[in-house]
Design a protein around this ligand. Structure first.
Ligand SMILES: CC(C)(COP(=O)(O)OP(=O)(O)OC[C@H]1O[C@@H](n2cnc3c(N)ncnc32)[C@H](O)[C@@H]1OP(=O)(O)O)[C@@H](O)C(=O)NCCC(=O)NCCS
Length: 195
């Protein structure tokens, strides 16, 4: 079972809009990745596979093709300027489309403004309120303090640690597991606003 479509105009936050990536976004997205390369590769495995705009075009094409299947990948754009600042995704859809992994990143130049929290709130809210998901989870490196803070602010709870679960930059790293249930979101929604 796939995710329902993203509404026309995308998912709106206070300052941001989340919408499916298009071929025309590849150039901007590549520039964003390139400018954030060293920060991103500390946390994400795919960064060293992005050598040229063609690699991002391939990614955007695959994202469009899988949005009706096991993953939904959305670009995060500043609403006023239309500038792409990152990516937010629901992946690994399972259990009849009711469980998925939340992930994403924000380019270094736009970090520390509450954008990850704002984008997360828009996506999580849509997932629980409109798309029928019951559980979201996320996995982060224990050294990822900013990622952990975003998850906490979204209401995720710590569920345990998978030891030496993932190979990242030549090292085996632990993975903290964080989870959020629909009823927790509905009864204890995070405060409004970016931060
Ligand atoms: C994690 C990430 C998405 C956060 O993006 P962001 O837009 O800067 O996050 P926000 O501005 O919404 O910040 C959320 C909270 O984290 C805090 N924070 C941000 N960077 C931080 C850092 N380097 N160290 C400690 N806290 C940090 C912010 O201060 C804020 O908390 P506060 O409101 O209490 O001050 C970004 O750092 C990133 O892309 N990292 C690489 C990919 C990744 O780790 N993704 C997470 C996988 S789930």
């Amino acid at each position: 079972m796939g995710l329902p479509d993203v509404p026309a105009g995308g998912l709106a936050g206070r300052r941001l809009v989340l919408r499916p990536l298009e071929a025309g976004d590849a150039l901007t997205l590549y520039a964003l990745i390139d400018a954030s390369r060293s920060a991103l590769r500390r946390r994400l495995r795919w960064v060293d596979d992005v050598h040229a705009i063609a690699d991002v075009k391939g990614f955007v094409g695959r994202a469009a093709a899988t949005s009706s299947g096991g993953a939904l990948v959305l670009g995060v754009f500043e609403a006023k300027a239309g500038r792409c600042v990152g990516v937010a995704a629901l992946q690994g859809l399972a259990e009849g489309g009711q469980v998925a992994e939340l992930g994403g990143w924000i380019g270094v130049e736009r970090r520390g403004r509450g954008y990850a929290c704002e984008a997360g709130k828009a996506l999580v809210g849509q997932a629980f309120r409109k798309w029928g998901l019951r559980r979201l989870y996320a996995r982060i490196d224990p050294a990822n303090r900013d990622g952990r803070r975003v998850l906490q602010k979204l209401g995720f709870r710590y569920e345990g640690c998978l030891r030496r679960e993932k190979r990242l930059n030549g090292r085996w790293v632990d993975q903290e597991c964080w989870g959020l249930l629909k009823e927790e979101w509905i009864h204890f929604p995070p405060p409004r606003g970016g931060k």
